[in-house]
Design a protein around this ligand. Sequence first.
Ligand code: ZN
Length: 75
Amino acid sequence: MQAPECPHCKEAMLPGYLLDHVHGYFVQGTWVAGQPEKSFWSGLKMRGKVKHPVTAYRCERCHLLASYAHPQPPK
Ligand SMILES: [Zn+2]
């Protein structure tokens, strides 16, 4: 995807991602459909949830973030 333009500054935004840190591993943040549901075993229920990795674009001038959750190509 082409980088979006900052709605305030009208400049191209830099792609990046939001970091998640799970059990000593660094992973890309993930968008999950719906409301968080607590699970005793895993913190939050993830079974059957629609999930997409989050790409966050950042404006270097005003520091605005614009997040996109692009669907992953089928494996
Ligand atoms: Zn901006």
